[in-house]
Design a protein around this ligand. Structure first.
Ligand SMILES: [Zn+2]
Length: 329
């Protein structure tokens, strides 16, 4: 079998679609089946092996892909990457319009220059700023014309047989991240919003909006949902959902405090200098020893933190004569 049943009433099956990356080895995709209908939550990363695993699981579960509904928690490669491979032409795919627009915006003509300048304003070298800005451009994950793409948001309902699942907007990890809640069982398909294996990364939101505040608000929102069972996209499920939500919130608050203390102790630092002084959970002797992708993750999350502090007037920043932010309290 290529799936395991992780819940009964509603019947939910988990498919581990393989994908090796920095912190995970698979994406957990879920199939909800009832009364001959099926809902597929996420698809996994675009590899031949992954496609074969998901196809085999859907076959075993008797899912008619033309009639099934596909739901994407967010538009990252390891969640939406197999849409082209497994979703038949004309089949329904539900996704966030905010994420769709954000991904598309990274391919606009001016995006690279603007993003490079954003990184340079934080004090990064031309080489790093250019590399990071290039990495921030997201590929088109699927052809929207080929499928029946439906944009969904807060409160929208998806039906599977007798069950009604409700869309809950949980922005933070991406600007339009979505979760799906089934009230009768208390199951929450949380995507990458709350994970146990890592603290989910926070996206740089378009137009400099405060992604960290959005993430913290989304944690409050799921805390109030009455979730009895969280189904996570990476790693194994655990029962201590409420404790994990609290831990994640405290983790970010502690990081904010740490960054503000660094700025207070050494006024005049650039953003990159502040970010390098934060204690990240990545062991290294020299900054240069950290892999490019890990450094990109650290720098973008660091900028998210600095933007939040500046937004709340907990730090202030002024451009120096090189056009680089200098931070002070
Ligand atoms: Zn993700």
């Amino acid at each position: 079998m290529h799936s395991i049943q992780v819940h009964a009433a509603p019947d939910v099956f988990e498919v581990k679609v393989p994908f090796e990356n920095v912190s995970t080895s698979a994406t957990n995709c879920f199939v909800v089946v009832d009364g001959g209908e099926a809902l597929v939550v996420d698809t996994g990363a675009p590899t031949d092996e992954g496609a074969a695993v998901l196809e085999a699981a859907l076959d075993e579960l008797g899912v008619d892909r033309r009639r099934a509904t596909f739901f994407l928690t967010h538009l990252h490669l390891d969640h939406a990457g197999l849409v082209n491979a497994v979703v038949p032409a004309g089949a329904r795919v539900c996704a966030s319009e905010v994420d769709f627009a954000a991904v598309r915006a990274t391919r606009a003509a001016a995006y690279f220059e603007e993003t490079r300048r954003l990184f340079e304003r934080e004090g990064l070298s031309f080489t790093d700023a250019s590399g990071f800005a290039r990495y921030a451009i997201e590929p088109q994950l699927f052809d929207p014309e080929r499928i029946d793409l439906a944009f969904v948001g807060e409160g929208d309902e998806l039906r599977v047989g007798r069950y009604v699942l409700r869309v809950v907007e949980t922005p933070g990890h991406t600007p339009g991240h979505l979760s799906l809640f089934e009230p009768s069982s208390g199951i929450l398909f949380g995507g990458d919003h709350v994970l146990f294996v890592i603290s989910p990364s926070i996206a740089l939101f378009p137009d400099g909006a405060d992604g960290l505040q959005a993430y913290l608000d989304s944690l409050d929102k799921v805390r109030a949902l009455g979730c009895k069972r969280l189904l996570v996209s990476h790693g194994e499920p655990r029962d201590d959902f409420a404790e994990r939500v609290d831990w994640l919130a405290e983790h970010h608050v502690a990081r904010l405090r740490e960054a503000a203390a660094i700025v207070a102790a050494e006024p005049g630092l650039t953003g990159e200098q502040v970010i390098r002084r934060i204690r990240w959970n990545v062991p290294h002797d020299r900054w240069e020893d950290i892999s490019f992708v890990q450094r990109w993750c650290i720098v973008t999350e660091g900028i998210v933190i600095l933007d939040h502090l500046a937004d709340r007037a907990l730090v202030r920043r002024e451009l120096d004569d090189q056009g680089v932010w200098r931070y002070a309290t």
